[in-house]
Design a protein around this ligand. Structure first.
Ligand SMILES: [Zn+2]
Ligand SMILES: [Zn+2]
Length: 313
């Protein structure tokens, strides 16, 4: 199942000649989820070859201008191209007010439905095969980080065995695959009878952490991410500035990745003062070797995790 991350921009506060403001798109099974909608997002999506018409939901970390100003334009374009499917917009407190404001700015009465959902910590979206979770960050306004988690595959489903045990083909199959026992008449069929647990597979996990001071509080949510995208506005010599503005340094982002035992770290949301990001990258790599820069228009495809036994471990 294809899972891709699109880095649409990597700048903080204002765009530069080289970098657009930070937005990130995630594509899974044909659905597109957009994390923040900075100015310039539509064009960056076109350049990255991902359709803004396929956006299923938009998740706002917070409503600072550099994360939000792309919304009025995006909604106007969706309307112009006659989007007719529901658009869900998640965000912190007053998300509905912000969306209404965006519509007002664009002078828009959309032809499609928009549902605004105020974020609370926990699972905010759950669909077949995955969920998206929100958790609080430490910024100077209410701000959320997000985790996308693909469902774990507990084991290989032995279809023939299930049929031989009298399980009818249909919804009971997926119940067993989810590790739930099923009743066939008076008999109970347990998942271990039809699942080869040695062929399980951990679902992929992506965490997106924008605009925060590093904090122990969100580490549990991003633990064991295959990919962590973390803001890194400053290099270490501007630590004081990072504290004042509730941002992180590249080294601090790396410390978080290490503590959370993530596999790979992408740094993003860089201050406009850095033309060259080499210093930030090397400071981070001293702490966490598998660190990369989330360059504009870079696409990360996440391969499936290897088969392993995950039940009972
Ligand atoms: Zn920001
Ligand atoms: Zn901010």
């Amino acid at each position: 199942m294809e899972l891709k991350l699109y880095f649409l921009g990597s700048s903080c506060s204002a765009p530069t000649k080289e970098r657009n403001l930070t937005s990130i798109a995630l594509q899974f099974k044909g659905n597109v989820f957009l994390f923040d909608c900075a100015e310039g997002t539509q064009q960056q999506m076109m350049r990255a070859d991902i359709s803004y018409m396929k956006i299923d939901s938009i998740f706002f970390s917070h409503f600072h201008a550099d994360h939000f100003l792309g919304l009025p334009g995006l909604l106007a374009t969706m309307n112009m191209y006659e989007r007719d499917s529901l658009l869900r917009i998640f965000g912190p407190r007053r998300v509905e007010e912000k969306v209404k404001l965006a519509l007002k700015i664009a002078g828009l009465k959309p032809l499609f439905d928009i549902e605004c959902i105020e974020l609370k910590e926990g699972i905010v979206l759950k669909e077949k095969g995955f969920y998206i979770k929100a958790f609080k960050l430490e910024h100077n306004t209410e701000c959320f980080g997000f985790t996308f988690k693909e469902e774990d595959k507990l084991g290989k489903f032995m279809r023939e065995k299930a049929i031989a045990l009298g399980v009818p083909v249909g919804p009971l199959f997926s119940k067993l695959q989810q590790g739930k026992a099923v009743h066939i008449g008076k008999r109970i069929i347990k998942p271990e009878q039809v699942l080869d647990y040695d062929k399980g597979r951990r679902g992929r996990k992506i965490s997106i952490v924008l605009d925060t001071r590093p904090s122990e509080k969100y580490i549990k949510h991003i633990k064991h991410s295959d990919v962590l995208v973390h803001e890194a506005v400053f290099a270490s010599d501007l630590m004081e500035r990072a504290i004042e503005t509730f941002h992180s340094t590249a080294k601090e982002a790396a410390e978080i990745a290490k503590k959370a035992e993530c596999k790979k770290l992408y740094l993003t949301h860089f201050s406009t003062r850095y033309k060259n990001l080499g210093k930030l990258l090397s400071e981070a790599r001293e702490v966490f070797q598998n660190t990369y820069i989330a360059k504009d228009l870079l696409v990360e495809s996440l391969p499936l995790n290897p088969e392993e036994r995950i039940v009972g471990r």
